[in-house]
Design a protein around this ligand. Structure first.
Ligand code: DC
Length: 225
């Protein structure tokens, strides 16, 4: 029987990764965070002093490195750059901005497509990103477009960064989110947009638990689980 796939797309900070991870755990699906792949490339470029706007430079970096995505026994996704576990190094604001930049390069997206599709072919997956329902898995069994107001998303990201010990102020986080929304939605290659057949879920004002219950209910109904 074909594997089940759930595509969760939406802007940064909508709670996609936390919710997708929880859903995957609950249902026994593999959780795939595709943003982490772009982040790993961005980290490699930053380390080599290549700016994201230098497409040729970024492509040269991509050709010279090995990116691996592996799941531990705990089901958590780890990213490896040339064998080094960089999972904890790809969440900084610099890498976030870099990932947004490198992900706008069409050749980068094409190169990373196979990795994403083969993961979905291997297991039941919950995959989160920007173009999963539109480009990577257009045949996904269920597509969800998860969003929330920019202010709500900034507040969550702000709290998350503080928890991680990163010193930031709310206004900077909000400005970064708006800039990233703008870049991710206006790029020519696979811009962030809702697939025609995706279910729109707006989590503005919801608690984490409310959003989780809402999504789980929707998914259970869809698959009759
Ligand atoms: O989901 P995230 O914040 O970790 O993603 C980092 C960047 O990667 C984001 O700015 C957009 C880009 N991205 C993408 O273009 N396509 C995806 N499927 C996932 C992420």
């Amino acid at each position: 029987m074909a594997h089940k796939s759930i595509a969760i797309d939406g802007p940064s900070g909508a709670g996609k990764s936390t919710l997708a991870r929880q859903i995957a755990k609950e249902l026994g699906f593999l959780y795939v965070d595709t943003g982490a792949i772009y982040r790993t490339l961005a980290l490699a470029a930053l380390r080599k002093g290549v700016v994201p706007s230098d497409s040729a430079g970024v492509l040269a970096v991509l050709q010279a490195i090995t990116i691996d995505l592996r799941h531990g026994a705990d089901g958590l996704q780890h990213m490896y750059l040339d064998g080094e576990d960089v999972t904890d190094h790809i969440r900084t604001p610099e890498v976030s901005a870099g990932a947004s930049g490198v992900s706008a390069i069409p050749e980068v997206r094409a190169f990373l497509m196979d990795m994403q599709r083969s993961l979905a072919a291997s297991r039941d997956v919950v995959m989160d990103g920007r173009d999963i329902g539109t480009v990577v898995l257009p045949q996904a069994d269920l597509k969800i477009f998860l969003t929330a107001s920019a202010e709500d998303r900034a507040q969550r990201r702000y709290e998350e960064l503080l928890t991680r010990g990163t010193q930031v102020d709310y206004d900077t986080v909000l400005r970064d989110i708006k800039e990233r929304d703008q870049r991710d939605s206006s790029r020519a290659a696979a811009p962030l947009c809702q697939a025609e057949d995706a279910v729109l879920v707006d989590t503005t004002g919801n608690t984490q638990e409310e959003s989780f219950a809402l999504l789980l209910n929707l998914i259970r109904r869809h698959f009759a689980l």
